[in-house]
Design a protein. Structure first.
Length: 513
């Protein structure tokens, strides 16, 4: 049979993959029947005007997947049972459905997310031709691949059974002990019976686990506004209601929090007191003290998101909120996602000893623990001194990018806009004049070739505030230099003629669909 294949030679998808995918589709759609003969390699190469090697590679993949078979002296054929390797035995399925016609279908009730836009990554269709200030993760070009490979190779040359076995849910003990020492050096009481470390698979898994332990049914969680979108997304997917508390230059406003605590059914408070994402604010000592006083007064736990302490750009990082806790109110969550590798999914919980045992038990009940191989790799990386070297190197590079962005903003940002220089984290928080909304501005900026995170994406209620986040961690210095100038030009146009924004997108739906 002559194969009806159309190739897009301008596509980034290799031609042999296009051939493979289209033959798979023809088989799946029933247009190529089991046992049917198809074009030879040479004939198809001629018909498609591609090299014989291209077709041969496509056929090789199909043969490896048992979709086609080559018969010596006869040709190439679709196998007798390709529907099995493609994921469903269509004949059997049809017979089964025919015998079950009278069953009433179950109607699934979808999870209702109480927001217009829920945690979907920023649209990537713009990123190929625009300068992006969106990603707030470490730059892969700074990942220490050679040293990671060295450690991993050493582990695999001398494999231990426990690398790949189910370990204790508290975590790999040497890593636990290392983190206990680190927390003690940061002022946290780590003597026996005071606080304990539990390894977790990243911040959100830790947050979900802790909240499942401490909240009573129907209780709400008080969170900052704006904040890291992963916090309110985590709450939404667990159907945990939340209230948002505004920030000022000192951190979460404890006067507003107190009002909510007096009138609402609050069961926990979540804060990021150091290098807050997205604002960059570090909560003042006075505000931290006021927060702890409220926790004591209302008998409430505080969950501290301490994602970025290791990466600071000047001076010494303030002690964690947990270091000020003398009454077992603070549950501290740390992570290696920003300082090392976002995909390693290793973090930790530092919780009062009276609660830690129950967290470990709950962890065992949920997933039996996290990957020991990754924990061992991380601990070995730390023990060899590679981690501290990587953090110093990465901090120097991020500080350089931060300084370039600061310089350009000072030179080009229109009057009426403001920001503070972050001493940690990966982003600037730009405050815009009243009436300049982030979503409409983003719609304008994208056409000019710049992408950023509007403030609405980081507000728990997704209100379209006059602010935006500019992340510099994954943007090359040359692109920062160009992109900031373009963005400032667009902001200037919007300020000079506010009517321009009325013609732009006004909702997430307009932007991301």
């Amino acid at each position: 049979m002559d194969l009806k294949i159309l190739l897009d030679k301008d596509s980034q998808t290799p031609l042999y993959l296009q051939i493979h995918e289209q033959i798979v589709s023809l088989v799946r759609d029933g247009l190529l029947a089991p046992g049917e003969r198809i074009s030879s390699v040479r004939n198809l190469a001629r018909d498609l005007d591609v090299s014989v090697t291209t077709v041969f590679n496509a056929y090789d993949m199909l043969a490896a997947e048992n979709i086609i078979e080559r018969r010596s002296g006869s040709g190439t054929y679709i196998t007798e049972h390709p529907e099995i390797v493609l994921g469903s035995n269509l004949r059997t399925r049809d017979e089964t459905i025919a015998s079950q016609q009278n069953r009433v279908p179950l109607e699934w009730e979808p999870l209702v997310i109480p927001t217009e836009f829920f945690g979907v990554p920023m649209s990537r269709k713009f990123h190929g031709s625009t300068i992006s200030f969106v990603s707030n993760f470490p730059d892969p070009s700074l990942f220490p691949f050679d040293r990671i490979k060295q450690v991993a190779t050493s582990m695999l040359w001398n494999p231990q059974e426990f690398f790949f076995d189910t370990g204790h849910p508290q975590g790999y003990q040497p890593l636990v002990e290392h983190l206990e020492k680190e927390m003690a050096l940061n002022g946290v009481a780590m003597a026996e019976g005071e606080n304990d470390i539990i390894i977790s698979g990243g911040f959100r898994r830790a947050l979900g686990l802790v909240l499942s332990m401490i909240l009573k049914p129907g209780q709400k969680v008080a969170i900052e506004a704006p904040t890291f979108h992963g916090i309110f997304n985590c709450l939404s997917v667990q159907r945990i209601p939340f209230v948002q508390i505004e920030l000022d230059e000192h951190g979460m406003r404890t006067d507003l929090l107190e009002q909510e605590l007096q009138s609402g059914n609050i069961g926990a408070i979540v804060v990021t007191p150091t290098y807050h994402n997205p604002t960059g604010i570090t909560m003042s000592v006075e505000r931290r003290s006021a927060l702890l006083e409220l926790a004591e007064r209302f008998r409430l736990p505080i969950i501290e998101d301490d994602y970025g302490r290791q990466l600071r750009y000047e001076g010494k990082a303030p002690l964690p909120l947990k270091a000020m806790d003398s009454g077992n109110y603070v549950i501290h969550i740390g992570t290696f996602a920003k300082s090392f590798l976002p995909g390693i999914r290793v973090g930790w919980i530092c919780a009062p000893s009276s609660l830690a045992y129950d967290i470990v038990a709950a962890k065992l009940g949920r997933d039996s623990g996290d990957s020991y191989f990754l924990q061992v790799l991380l601990h070995e990386f730390i023990q060899r001194g590679y981690y501290s070297k990587h953090v110093r190197h990465a901090a120097r590079e991020y500080r350089k990018r931060r300084n370039i962005m600061d310089k350009l903003l000072r030179e080009h940002l229109p009057e009426g806009c403001s920001y503070d220089i972050p001493n940690g984290g990966f982003a600037f928080w730009l405050k815009l004049p009243a009436g300049i909304r982030g979503i409409a501005l983003l719609s304008m900026a994208r056409r000019a070739g710049v992408d950023f995170t509007p403030g609405a994406f980081l507000m728990p209620d997704h209100s379209d505030i006059n602010a935006l986040r500019l992340s510099f961690s994954r943007t090359a210095t040359s692109e920062i230099e160009k992109g900031v100038v373009i963005l400032c030009e667009q902001i200037g146009k919007a300020i000079a003629d506010p009517a321009l924004l009325k013609r732009e997108a006004s909702s997430f739906k307009d932007l991301y669909e």
